[in-house]
Write a protein that binds this ligand. Structure first.
Ligand SMILES: [Zn+2]
Length: 386
């Protein structure tokens, strides 16, 4: 068991679950036997906390060739896509997913359905509509201009139940010269201030440049992507003690690049090497980071593998996808580690991800909120009453 606390792994582990919480976790022989407890035996599986995808969306899947035209689908179709995408995410071990932008608050509807038990899916942390300027980037975002429109957008999101506010401040690919900000400093400040006054966090899509400085100055909680972050900006992030959410696959995953319109794919390929180098520099530089898969599904383990390719240790990648993801979501009291009192979100995999990160892709079982949500053949369930 790798419990997500950064302590050494525990051999021959067992986890005692009562209701939806972990009552005890440790060496099997140290745990008390509970009369009548149902026992699940996962053989030689390795246990980890359920994974936290800190940057995703629900309806879109950007490995599909026709994803661009699908963005214009009806809400009913988008919702059906969301349901099937969330099922892939859950089965891959993602028990918490931070959705950073959906149309027409469909993320809030999904969250309610999951929490009430009407639908199976990961725990959702939702942003509602993501907020961009009219001329700015963001296929999945809605346009709002000027401080007052931005303020209204933030407040409407909060009223609808947003847990986090997401603004888009730059493009995703790098153009010529300086990276431009799509929002003014004032608009960024208003978004962050409104979120914080309501007691929720704010995060920004930002690949670098002056927008990153403004976001940090405004007190933003995290920066998404950071593909072209400079050494100076890395230092600023560290000085301000803010999170970077790394999302390697838009630049590094061939399947995604192939699904892009030709011109867009070329722009990403042109930036591929630099984006890889800058993400690696951020990891090496000591930035606090978590990880997200950004509009693909069931593939967070692969994003974590990219982190290792970019220079993170396996241990760092695991912490990013569990404990630190929970911290980014503000849920560290409930999830992210396998400790007594935490919600029983447990992933069982085949193989040791500390020596081979690809083991995370061999999922044997997923337990979410204390319930077995997915299990591969071969896991024995027995009832004991000793
Ligand atoms: Zn995104």
């Amino acid at each position: 068991m790798i419990d997500g606390t950064d302590r050494p792994p525990i051999e021959r582990p067992a986890i005692l679950v009562e209701g939806d919480r972990i009552a005890a976790a440790g060496r099997r022989e140290d745990l008390r036997r509970v009369k009548g407890a149902r026992e699940l035996d996962f053989g030689d599986a390795v246990f980890l906390p359920g994974l936290v995808d800190c940057h995703n969306h629900l309806a879109a899947d950007l490995t599909q060739k026709d994803w661009l035209s699908r963005l214009g689908s009806t809400d009913a179709e988008l919702t059906l896509n969301a349901i099937s995408n969330m099922s892939s995410d859950l089965r891959s071990g993602v028990t918490t997913l931070r959705c950073l932008g959906e149309r027409n608050f469909l993320d809030m509807a999904c969250k309610k359905a999951i929490e009430s038990g009407r639908m199976l899916g990961p725990r959702l942390v939702v942003a509602g509509r993501s907020i961009r300027s009219t001329h700015g980037h963001g296929f999945l975002a809605s346009p709002f201009d000027g401080p007052e429109e931005v303020r209204r957008a933030v407040r409407e999101n909060i009223k609808a139940g947003a847990n986090v506010i997401k603004i888009l401040t730059t493009a995703t690919v790098r153009g010529q010269g300086e990276i431009r900000s799509d929002y003014s400093k004032e608009e960024i400040f208003v978004a962050v201030e409104e979120a914080h006054r309501a007691g929720i966090r704010a995060t920004a899509h930002c690949i670098g440049g002056v927008a990153l400085e403004w976001c940090l100055e405004a007190g933003i909680d995290s920066i998404e992507h950071g593909y072209f972050i400079t050494d100076r900006e890395i230092d600023l992030l560290i000085k301000r003690d803010r999170w970077l959410i790394l999302t390697p696959s838009p630049y590094l995953m061939e399947e995604r690049l192939e699904a892009l319109p030709l011109e867009m794919a070329e722009a990403f390929r042109r930036g591929q090497q630099e984006a890889g180098e800058r993400m690696a520099a951020a990891i090496k530089g000591g930035v606090k980071f978590a990880v997200g898969s950004d509009a693909i599904h069931g593939r967070l383990a692969q994003e974590m593998e990219y982190l290792v390719k970019l220079g993170a240790t396996e241990r760092q990648a695991i912490i990013a996808g569990t404990r630190d993801g929970a911290r980014v979501c503000g849920l560290e009291q409930d999830i992210g580690t396998l400790e007594p009192g935490r919600i029983a979100d447990i992933l069982a995999i085949e193989g040791n991800p500390l020596s081979d990160i690809q083991a995370l892709q061999k999922v044997k079982a997923v337990i979410c909120r204390g319930k077995l949500s997915y299990s591969q053949q071969g896991c024995r369930m027995t009832s004991r009453s000793k």
